[in-house]
Design a protein around this ligand. Structure first.
Ligand code: URA
Ligand code: SF4
Length: 223
C-alpha cells in the first residue's frame, strides 16, 4: 500500500498495489483484471487492458473504455474505434501492428434514460490511480511512438499542464519513447456539430499521418 493511501483522505489508492513482481505483458493483463486501485471497477463490467502485438512500434492511448469496450472487453471496438481504424488506414498504418490501450482501464459512466450508459470523464485522481498500468505497458512494449488520443491521455503521459490544442501533431521527444504525438480523441470528432465534423476528421487524419511519416523518416534503433 502506498504511503499516500494511508495518509491522505483524498487519495483513491493506486494500481501500483496490483502490479506483479517481474511483470510481462500477459502477467500485467491478468493482474489488471483484478485491479481495485480506484472505485471504477465497482460499476464496470470488466477491466479493458491494452491489446496488440508485442513488437508494435506504435502505441495508441485513449481515455477509457466506452460502452462497447466495457461489454466486449477490448479497447476501441465501438464507434470511436471505427473512426480510429479509418484514420490509421488513411495514414497507411496497419492496425494489426499497433498496440491500443487507455489511460484508465475501467469504463466510467452515468445511467441516463432507458438504461443508456453515458460516458463520464475520469477524475484526475482516477487517471493517477490507473497510470501505473500504462507506464508498465510502455516500459515493456517499448513503442517507438506513443499517440495520445485526447487531453486525458496526453496529460497522463505529459503532465497536467500539457495542452493538446497547442502541441497536436508535433512529435515530442520523451524518455519513454522516441516521440509522443498528441491529437484529439476520436469521440470528440463524433460529438462535433455537423458543420465542424469533417474538418475535425481531416485534422485528426493529418495528425495520424504525422505518425506514419515520423516512423518512415526516423530509422529504428531497435534490434
Ligand atoms: N474511447 C476510448 O478512449 N477508448 C476506448 O477504448 C474506446 C473509446
Ligand atoms: Fe484499477 Fe484503473 Fe480500474 Fe481503477 S480504473 S480499478 S486503477 S484498472
Amino acid at each position: 500500500m502506498s504511503p499516500q493511501r494511508a495518509s491522505s483522505p483524498l487519495s483513491t489508492g493506486s494500481a501500483a498495489d496490483f502490479i506483479p513482481p517481474n511483470p510481462t505483458l500477459p502477467k500485467l493483463r491478468e493482474a489488471a483484471a483484478g485491479c481495485r486501485g480506484c472505485d471504477l471497477w465497482v460499476n464496470a463490467t470488466q477491466t479493458v487492458f491494452g491489446e496488440g502485438p508485442r513488437a508494435a512500434e506504435v502505441m495508441l492511448v485513449g481515455e477509457q473504455p466506452g460502452d462497447q469496450e466495457d461489454r466486449q472487453g477490448h479497447p476501441f471496438v465501438g464507434p470511436a474505434g471505427r473512426l480510429l481504424d479509418a484514420g490509421l488506414e488513411h495514414a497507411g498504418i496497419d492496425r494489426s501492428r499497433v498496440y491500443v490501450t487507455n489511460a484508465v482501464k475501467h469504463f466510467k459512466f452515468v445511467v441516463i434514460e432507458r438504461g443508456r450508459r453515458l460516458h463520464k470523464k475520469p477524475s484526475a485522481g482516477e487517471v493517477r490511480a490507473c497510470n501505473p498500468w500504462l507506464q508498465e505497458e510502455i516500459r515493456l512494449l517499448k513503442p517507438r511512438v506513443v499517440v495520445a488520443l485526447g487531453a486525458t491521455a496526453a496529460q497522463a503521459l505529459l503532465g497536467k499542464q500539457f495542452r493538446v490544442t497547442q502541441h497536436r501533431g508535433k512529435p515530442i521527444p520523451t524518455d519513454i519513447a522516441d516521440a509522443i504525438v498528441a491529437t484529439v480523441h476520436p469521440s470528440a470528432i463524433l460529438r462535433a456539430p455537423d458543420e465542424a465534423r469533417e474538418e475535425a476528421r481531416q485534422e485528426f487524419f493529418a495528425d495520424l499521418a504525422v505518425v506514419a511519416k515520423y516512423l518512415k523518416s526516423h530509422p529504428t534503433n531497435r534490434p
